[in-house]
Write a protein that binds this ligand. Structure first.
Ligand SMILES: Nc1ncnc2c1ncn2[C@@H]1O[C@H](COP(=O)(O)OP(=O)(O)OP(=O)(O)O)[C@@H](O)[C@H]1O
Length: 264
């Protein structure tokens, strides 16, 4: 489904701030696989998501999604079939537009729904029903400006928008990190349900090891542009947070005391 074949990325090449982040990095996700990604700060996790979503082109290597080579496809074209959530709840929605208008934009991403007269009453009801599944009461606030919603409500709405038209791939970049713990739990539960219901292929970056082990079916641990280990099946099912931290420390041979991963 998603294949990264020996991709490399160096930022600011040839300058004093040159940073080689990925070198011949390869990864394959099967259709319907939900992979959680953890790792040290600056390991290159967001760079992978940025490369796949087309925020920049990779220097070398190939990216294929569903059999299609997207290595040099423009980001706005990839956005038709790749859903993405960021850490910042302010990204991904238009604050001055209403809940319904934001959802309409996500809905018409699929061209067949475009009508010069806007959405039909039936389509509006469909959107309201989908919003109700979030169980946040937003179905009664369809005309409220999104800028007036809380961070958690916005992130839940963004998640719904990213999956309203089923994406080929959903990429979540620490999408609950800026939320308070209770709201983060709620958004994670929604994530789990939406991914399962739509059988989505999903990659989720998190700094929370217990979330990484609780969600999805596979966990990748990264450091310095490399995959340190790739847990699945029985090995992952048996893995605990302390055991994973121990394995990470062992692999890194360094003290993790200052790493943000330990603090979350
Ligand atoms: N656009 C950019 N320009 C220059 N350097 C960048 C850019 N994006 C990322 N980097 C650098 O690349 C390295 C990897 O960054 P990346 O954001 O992928 O790490 P990460 O694993 O997501 O880390 P964190 O967990 O801290 O968010 C870092 O040193 C970062 O400063």
């Amino acid at each position: 489904m998603l294949t990264l074949d020996r991709i490399s990325k160096t930022f600011d090449p040839g300058t004093a701030s040159e940073k080689k982040v990925l070198e011949n990095f390869s990864l394959h996700l099967d259709r319907g696989e939900f992979v959680t990604v953890i790792g040290s700060n600056g390991a290159g996790k967001s760079t992978i998501i940025n490369a796949v979503s087309g925020a920049f082109y990779v220097d070398s290597g190939r990216i294929a999604l569903d059999g299609q080579d997207i290595t040099f496809m423009k980001d706005y074209r990839r956005a038709h079939f790749i859903g993405r959530l960021f850490q910042d709840p302010m990204q991904g929605t238009a604050p001055s537009m209403s809940v319904e208008e934001n959802l309409s934009l996500a809905f018409i991403r699929n061209d067949e729904h475009v009508s010069p007269f806007g959405l039909s009453a039936r389509e509006k009801k469909y959107l309201r029903d989908r919003v109700a599944t979030l169980e946040l009461g937003l179905e009664n606030r369809m005309s409220a400006r999104v800028g007036t919603l809380s961070g958690g409500q916005r992130q839940a709405l963004t998640l719904l928008m990213a999956t309203l038209v089923t994406p080929k791939l959903l990429m979540l970049d620490e999408h609950t990190a800026a939320l308070d713990p209770a709201t983060a739990e709620k958004v994670l539960a929604l994530t789990k349900n939406i991914v399962a219901e739509n059988k989505l292929t999903c990659m989720m970056i998190t700094h929370n090891i217990s979330s990484a082990l609780a969600l999805g079916s596979r966990t990748i641990m990264m450091d310095n542009g490399r995959i340190l280990f790739d847990l699945r099946d029985e090995e992952r099912a048996r893995m605990t947070v302390p055991a994973l931290l121990d394995r990470f420390k062992e692999a890194m041979q360094k003290n993790l005391d200052n790493d943000r991963m330990l603090l979350s």
